[in-house]
Design a protein around this ligand. Sequence first.
Ligand SMILES: [Zn+2]
Length: 234
Amino acid sequence: MCIKKSVTRTCSYCECVKVDDGINLGKILIYRDSINNVILFDDKYYHKDCFLEMCNKKIEKRKLQKWILAIENIKLYEIAAQTAIKEHFNKDDVYRWMLESYTLTVIPSQTWKKINRIYAGEIDGMSIGIPPEHLYDMWKRKINYLNKIWNNNKTKGKEMDGAQKLNYDLTVLVNQYDSYLSWLNKQKILEAEENTIHTNILQNVDLQKMSKQNNNNKNSNNENMDDLLNELFD
Ligand SMILES: [Zn+2]
């Protein structure tokens, strides 16, 4: 599947404050694999440099606590931007996956509503929302299983077109989310165990190296002592 690699946002500072030099002023180009130096503050995006400039100008005029704190907590607003942009990319992955896997050119508006309710955890029987990242991962892992159900239904005379299958599959996925979460937790435990084993092996290797070095030191100490004694008794 072809994925979206970049996205643009508008910088609320340089868009209106700086003099327009005609070169994409106010545009923040953000790449999927390096979401850095972007700020999300009060629902507005900024270049990091622009945000600092804006805060400092406001502080110069009147030392308002709001802007002093904004600079102090800038890391938090950088994380807020990263989280929002990552979510945008994850939602886009889900969108492209749906178009491609269900051979659709548009997603029906009813399905969009359903997807948003799934993200928010508002479907009957849901205790929590499914983040786009989880939905996409689960969907890819379950697609063969979903196709099998679709085939079974077909042989029983229950035909479904792309949009109907999409709707049906979403219901199945929502019902499977609890077991996906248990599976995911198990993977995390296994991964942590593997890391512990790996660390233990490395520590053993280090210990072996250290004892070897100690032996070498002892040997060279002995040799030095031998030399000294030899010199004394020569
Ligand atoms: Zn800017």
